[in-house]
Design a protein around this ligand. Structure first.
Ligand SMILES: *[C@@H]1O[C@H](CO)[C@@H](O)[C@H](O)[C@H]1NC(C)=O
Ligand SMILES: *[C@@H]1O[C@H](CO)[C@@H](O)[C@H](O)[C@H]1NC(C)=O
Ligand SMILES: *[C@@H]1O[C@H](CO)[C@@H](O)[C@H](O)[C@H]1NC(C)=O
Length: 191
């Protein structure tokens, strides 16, 4: 009974507050300048390093599956990343940004190893310094026949409101450690 009274009181207060204010919470809806959309292609290499003293990808959680605890990339494993982005594929190539976020091993079929990525790829050099692209996508790592594709769903700075896609090609992978260098060819539509 007490809680009902409280709720009624709150509702009453809100009604008063809303009617007392002449300002609405929304602005005028105007046509957007969709014709201002531009497209930029960006190519860089992402270094996803799990091994050694200074890894850029670390496992932060995993499922307790019988007999699978030894597999670092088993279904349900979650990784945090702070992967360097470079101009070329070499380890000492000029760094132009970083990919931060996480990915989860998302396939129960061990023959179709898939990760799902939630990452912000930010640039720290050149024209797009301070801007970033947001990736939220399945990344079918095992589909090595040609390139695979992930989705760009947003961005910051010059890439505000971005959408697009990235074609990914594995440049180099160490099957034992999982260390990989990947070529990212991004097509970014933005304003
Ligand atoms: C669209 O572009 C015009 C001219 O550049 C500008 O005046 C207007 O404010 C823009 N509208 C929006 C919604 O950004
Ligand atoms: C994890 O799995 C092992 C082996 O099956 C089992 O002994 C252990 O109790 C499980 N731990 C949890 C927290 O479920
Ligand atoms: C990138 O932007 C940051 C922040 O504005 C600035 O401190 C840095 O000097 C810039 N780097 C380059 C290479 O322009």
């Amino acid at each position: 009974m007490k809680s009902i009274t409280a709720v009624t009181f709150l509702a009453l207060c809100l009604t008063v507050a809303v009617t007392a204010s002449s300002k609405s919470y929304y602005g005028k809806t105007k046509p957007a300048n969709l014709t201002d959309e531009k497209v930029t292609r960006v190519r860089f290499y992402l270094h996803d390093i799990l091994s050694g003293q200074n890894p850029s990808a670390v496992r932060i959680a995993h499922a307790n599956l019988t007999g699978r605890a030894d597999s670092p990339v088993g279904f349900g494993s979650l990784f945090a990343i702070d992967d360097p982005l470079t101009v070329g594929p070499e380890k000492d190539s000029k760094e132009i940004g970083n990919g931060r976020g996480m990915y989860v091993s998302g396939s129960k079929d061990i023959n179709k190893f898939t990760i799902v990525m939630y990452a912000d790829l930010a640039f720290t050099e050149g024209k797009f310094n301070g801007s970033s692209i947001s990736v939220f996508s399945r990344n079918p790592v095992a589909e090595e026949a040609g390139e695979r594709e992930i989705a760009i769903v947003g961005g910051r700075g010059k890439f505000r409101m971005a959408r697009g896609f990235v074609k990914i090609k594995t440049h180099q992978i160490d099957m034992k450690t999982g260390d990989a260098v990947l070529r990212y060819d991004a097509t970014v539509y933005h304003y």
